[in-house]
Design a protein around this ligand. Sequence first.
Ligand SMILES: [Zn+2]
Length: 504
Amino acid sequence: MNNNRPAIFLISCTFYIINIFLFPNIVSTWGQASFDSIVPGKLKIKVSPENRVKNLILLIPDGMGVTHSTLARWYKGADNLSNGTSDRAMTSLAIDELACGLVRTYSSNSLITDSAAAITAMGTGHKTQSGFLAVLPRRDQRELDQDHQLGSAGAKHEEQSVQTILEAAKLSGRSVGLVVTSEIQHATPAGLSAHVNNRNAMDVIAKQQVDQQMDVVLGGGADYLLPEKRKDKEDLLAEIKRQKYIYVSNREELLKTNTHRPKVWGAFAPLDLPYDFDRDPKKIPSLKEMTEKAIEILQRNKRGFFVMIEGSKIDWAAHANDPVGVISEVLSFDDAAKVAIDFAKKRNDTVVIIAADHSTGGLSLGSYQLDKNYELTPWNSVFPPLLKVKKTAAGVFALLDKDRTNIQSVVKENYLPDLSPEELKILAATFTLPTQTKEKFIAELVRLMVKRTPLSWTTIGHTGEEVVLYVYHPKMFRPTGVVSNTDIAAYMAGVLGIKLGKLD
Ligand SMILES: [Zn+2]
């Protein structure tokens, strides 16, 4: 061990010096943070007045593990190189410079969390069980099963609700907002704006969200506002308009929104928004555009704001084991994060926190099953097939005509230019299946892509390892080391100078 010390010292010094050139504002304030010996879940934060801030921007790349960001970064570098603009190894994501720790993600009842339990931990400071949104755990499985059988209509049994950081920020006089690419009623945004023991209770969640008086709500999920789509036939869209929201449903309406009006609700799709690669840029705003508009509106409040911005569908692409979807969504999330980071760096009153809720899919750069010599994989071999795609597999499916006669041309033009006749047969065969033809087609198409790369997936569900924590604070007062997802709630409340409590 002792023999290594000079080498480690040298590496540390080199790292420090490189950092001074790359990130002078960070290195110059190192040492001001006071997070000594953090025990995960026990982070005690004393925030002195000079470290408190007005605004907090929480960005969640849902399902993004380390490998997901590695893949997106290499893709971006390769793409830059093909445009002749940079060296691929020198390319970084906007979030990279803020990495400062790791977050443990387990829930109250599982090593592997779901998004509901994860956002409850991050947003309230309480671990809870999978499927629960901003309520404490309870283990009466019979009651839970009854509730879950009710589907979107909701839950009969009530749990103890706990206040979310969004609610506490609102009470402190700040403006609050949610910006997502899934339905706004989906688990992550719902965990900050609703209290229910069933994440699938979308009708109930939608109603609670309308009662929250949030200032900016942007994403998908228009269906849950419409009487004809709701079990209780309530017209939540009319209620939103009665509350004097400006309601917008496409990109143009959002961009021309008069920022002097108080509240904006944007629902740009019946359910989730398309993947960024598949998005019609004339009709549907990007996550970056929604982020810019949300900050523009929220910052008008002199008391400050809280906003949560989610790259919701990194997780969805990873569930589908689709590397193209992962790249599409990580890069669009990173573009949105850059907006938030640039905003914060121009002022001295804003904290930006970026942390995934969990990782999804068990993505690996390297697969022995596919190639016994995979460790000799050159850098660029991952990218030629990926760089040729124009759409994700879901986007390719959406381009098929009704009788699917255009399958060959659509797949070749948008996804796999070298599609073989045998592969075409495999894809066409999915249309003869009795059910889930879309899912099976997408799964086959994704499999054909993955086998052209050294990538591999271990599961179609979530995984339980730590995720990366990224924080910007004007004085770099930030947690480091391995923390718990509940510590993020404690940190956010601390820097905002507010307390998180239980609710009646
Ligand atoms: Zn999630």
